[in-house]
Write a protein that binds this ligand. Structure first.
Ligand code: GDP
Length: 341
């Protein structure tokens, strides 16, 4: 519940009149910043957003929370979701991202809630990895390229398996990258928009990036949360791709973000020597740092969401160009506010 998607989904569900139960991991520092505006004082009568301490690696805790809340819908958005981090912590990633969904599905079964509780699994375009065709749809074969992708492959299939074995209303959303001003700071879009804002305000000198050639299909997280909800409102469970159908390189996204921060950026050089240079001052603002290269890379993602359009009536409205603009504007505002404070 404390991540980007949990924040958007919780907001959407509250607007629709749901009572929302969310999990947050215990941490000695605050980790509820993204939901501060919707999280009421628990001492108020009748709160509609209830947070529980929980962890996807702790089965008994998950069973107890499901038993207490008896949800009609469970959205499993919990994961160690950073691809590069998954190379450093592959076992934890498998525990949270593969066995985590199994624990939730088993909780539903152990408590006899198969008829009552619908289940959404956050599957991902990282399943396509070394892509076998372009664009990628629900019928494209998977070929994951990271411990994250491999763990999510188990999550995908265990969801399909529980649907087929036990008749559960369990669905996979195969979501392509989705971003917003709430995106975690280590994902590439947010890393870029924050740096563009900081450099424009004279607070940072340089941005170091990895593979500038990688191409992603970037949509807006708010719209993708709406798609998740629609999947669970269908009579029949199924698996759906959510994507925009447009792909953009990291390099182009960087150029746009800097443009939105008021800096015209020109890329020169090649490979690890490629640099993003300010067209006006000649200052080198972007450099490549091989530390951000991944042991195995996903070079190109572009999704075909026609099934979601036809069956869910879901279509993305916001393009990647506007997405960059919104994220830079938000980061500029946050940093200006910080300066005033
Ligand atoms: P992912 O698609 O789930 O891995 O989302 P990310 O936002 O983490 O990465 C998107 C793409 O940007 C990947 O192909 C990365 O290799 C590439 N990339 C290039 N430089 C960076 C960087 O500095 N940080 C991150 N996170 N990704 C980068």
């Amino acid at each position: 519940m404390t991540g980007q998607d949990g924040a958007y989904l919780a907001r959407l569900l509250l607007e629709k009149g749901y009572e929302v139960h969310g999990l947050k991991r215990r941490s000695s520092s605050f980790n509820t910043g993204r939901i501060e505006d919707i999280y009421q004082d628990p001492h108020e009568p009748d709160p509609r957003l209830i947070l529980h301490y929980g962890d996807m690696t702790d089965a008994t805790n998950l069973i107890r929370i499901v038993q207490e809340s008896r949800p009609h819908e469970i959205y499993n958005l919990a994961a160690q979701s950073h691809v590069q981090v998954s190379f450093e912590t592959p076992e934890y990633t498998a525990n949270a991202d593969a066995i985590g969904p199994l624990r939730l599905l088993e909780a539903i079964r152990i408590l006899g809630l198969e008829e009552e509780t619908r289940f959404y699994q956050a599957s991902t375009s990282e399943l396509y990895g070394l892509v076998q065709e372009a664009p990628q749809s629900e019928t494209t074969p998977f070929y994951p390229r990271s411990p994250y992708g491999v763990a999510k492959l188990y999550g995908y299939w265990i969801t399909v398996n529980y649907r087929e074995a036990y008749g559960m209303h369990a669905s996979n959303g195969i979501l392509f990258n989705h971003e917003s001003p709430l995106r975690g700071e280590t994902f590439v879009t947010r890393k870029i928009t924050r740096a563009a804002a900081a450099i424009a305000l004279g607070r940072q000198d340089k941005l170091y990036l990895g593979n500038l050639d990688a191409q992603r299909d970037w949509g807006h997280a708010r719209e993708y949360a709406e798609g998740m909800w629609r999947m669970l409102q269908r009579d029949e469970p199924d698996d759906y791709v959510l994507a925009t159908g447009v792909t953009t390189s990291v390099r182009d996204f960087t150029r746009w973000a800097f443009e939105d921060a008021g800096i015209a950026l020109v890329f020169t050089g090649e490979g690890v020597d490629e640099k993003g240079v300010c067209a006006k001052t000649g200052r080198e603002l972007v450099e490549v740092d091989p530390r951000y290269f991944r042991p195995a890379e996903v070079e190109l993602l572009i999704g075909d969401a026609s099934k979601a359009r036809d069956r869910l009536g879901w279509e993305p409205r916001l393009g990647v160009r506007e997405l960059a603009r919104e994220m830079v504007a938000a980061d500029l505002e946050i940093m200006r506010d910080d300066t005033i404070a």
